[in-house]
Design a protein around this ligand. Structure first.
Ligand code: XMP
Length: 513
């Protein structure tokens, strides 16, 4: 039995973070929208109710039938989750005098409570809420308060229900992970046996059973997700897996050849298809970003489809989709987290079934699995790279000449990041989430030797992030930027100016198009 903690998502921005924390405790967890509680799942050992942008009294507030959940499982409500428990079971929630936000310290009323095992006195927690619980339900008792919040944590031991007004999942709750451990391990009884090795063993067995002798085709992108998915599938079904790696002419410098070599070293049955000319021809003269994306997407599907047709009797399409691509995180605007499916539309067109062995993993877990599978670090630590590649980093129309200029500049920047070691020995490349160069559709005047030049400008982009949903510009050292700027201008013919992008996301995005 695969034990699992179920997280009911009421729309908080930190729901995914709760999931990550639980996984860090080597415990499998699943995040489901608040109204999709799986009533007959025998593997659930406990339930966490997330926060929410709503107040329990809002008309649109997300509500569930709590009794159905608490009757079967231990429950921990966090922020709105705690308020909802209180509200549903006869307590009282009211608007706080002022929004309670920031660091506070716990004053324990029952330090012996299993939720607080091994806690330090005055442990710091992080509050962020507009409502406050003014009365807890009958049968519950308060186990901790803070200066500003009387009912900061409460429990009904008989019913195994806990509520905390603060956010244990965030960094500023200094013993937040301990609290989650006390719930997940101490109270719910997790065996903590969810590890990369156990994941690989279970998944390979499942894939063998699911796929039998069927043939699978998988599109490799050079990125970590599709590569790890391919190695897992290869372990399960060997030569029945055919991988296709398409050169769309918009990859990084020498990437097609280098990555293909890596894949062959990994023992993958991989076919490299150089379709650059087709992509360049179809993109000729097209300037509008969305149009470019559509053409690149369609061309990829056509090339992939044509190659896949050559495989006799293929039944499945393997994909490196990961958990954050799929989570339907609720938010007030009703938007879902954006996902980029580079082979969107393919399964229907080819009448293939989908096989997504990484669909339960977060990015850092994919990397752990890759390492456990013995994959080389350069593949595992690779930065994310958009499906349309340099196509969304050449502003305006795309020509082979512009691709060459951008590839050369990008290569200098990326190699520079890899070679620049920080004081702790870690390279700048490993410190940033993603980096690349953007070719701008402007020319600027410069001077080289005695000559006036009139050439292209490029922008460097490097960001820090944990999930690409938000990002900050990386504060790269000036000396490093100075060196990269010099190297680019001196070595890349056609570029005479380098700028550094200092915008964060939001309001900007990581890519320029
Ligand atoms: P933005 O620019 O939206 O990018 O901040 C967020 C992350 O997604 C990547 N990205 C893409 N990936 N197809 C992809 O496979 C795309 O069309 C695409 N657009 C953006 C981007 O590189 C960043 O990691």
């Amino acid at each position: 039995m695969q034990q699992k903690i179920l997280i009911l998502d009421f729309g908080s921005q930190t729901t995914q973070l709760i999931g990550r924390r639980v996984r860090e405790l080597d415990t499998f967890c699943e995040i489901v929208p608040y109204n999709k509680f799986p009533e007959n799942d025998e593997n659930i050992i406990g339930v966490i109710l997330s926060g929410s942008p709503y107040s329990v009294y809002d008309k649109e507030a997300f509500k569930v039938d709590l009794k159905k959940i608490t009757a079967k499982h231990p429950v921990l409500g966090i922020c709105y989750g705690a308020q909802f428990i209180s509200y549903s079971l006869g307590g009282k929630v009211e608007p706080a005098g002022s929004r309670e936000y920031g660091r506070q310290n716990l004053e324990f009323i029952d330090k012996q409570n299993p939720l607080f095992k091994d806690f330090d006195d005055n442990s710091q927690v992080w509050m962020s809420h507009g409502d406050t619980i003014t009365k807890i339900p009958e049968g519950f008792k308060v186990i901790a308060s803070t200066q500003g919040v009387e009912n900061a944590a409460f429990v009904s031991e008989k019913d195994k229900i806990w509520g905390v007004q603060f956010h244990p999942e965030v960094f500023h709750s200094l013993q937040g992970t301990l609290l989650l451990k006390n719930f997940v391990v101490g109270i719910c009884g997790s065996r903590q046996d969810w590890s990369a090795a156990s994941f690989i063993e279970t998944t390979v067995n499942e894939l063998k059973a699911q796929l039998n002798n069927d043939k699978v085709v998988l599109g490799l992108s050079g990125g970590v997700d599709s590569s790890v998915a391919a190695v897992l599938l290869n372990k399960a079904i060997g030569k029945n897996l055919t991988c296709i790696f398409v050169n769309n002419g918009l990859l990084r410098k020498n990437e097609f050849q280098e990555v293909l070599k890596d894949y062959e070293c990994l023992g993958l049955n991989v076919k490299g298809v150089d379709a650059s000319e087709k992509f360049y021809a179809d993109l000729k003269g097209v300037e509008e970003p969305e149009k470019k994306r559509k053409i690149i997407g369609k061309d990829f599907i056509d090339v992939f489809n044509e190659e896949a047709q050559k495989i006799d009797g293929v039944k499945w399409l393997g994909q490196g989709t990961i958990y954050p691509d799929r989570i339907e995180s609720l938010n007030i605007t009703g938007k879902t987290i954006k996902s980029h499916h580079n082979v969107g539309g393919l399964p229907e067109k080819m009448k293939l079934q989908l096989c997504e062995p990484l669909k339960w993993l977060f990015k850092d877990e994919v990397r752990r699995v890759g390492r456990q599978l013995g994959m080389p670090e350069n593949l595992i630590k690779r930065h994310p790279f958009p499906g349309p590649g340099l196509g969304v980093r050449i502003l305006g129309d795309i020509t082979p000449e512009k691709v060459r200029v951008l590839q050369d500049a990008d290569d200098i920047f990326i190699k520079g990041l890899k070679n620049w070691k920080c004081e702790d020995g870690v390279s700048l490349y490993d410190k940033v989430w993603q980096a690349g160069v953007i070719l701008l559709p402007v020319k600027s005047v410069g001077v080289m030797g005695d000559e006036r030049t009139y050439e292209r400008a490029v922008a460097l982009r490097a960001v820090t992030s944990t999930d690409a949903m938000t990002a900050d510009w990386a504060h790269l050292p000036y000396e490093f930027l100075a060196k990269v700027s010099n190297d680019i201008i001196n070595n890349v013919k056609g570029v005479n100016r380098v700028a550094y992008d200092i915008s964060s996301k939001p309001p900007s995005t990581i890519e320029w198009e």
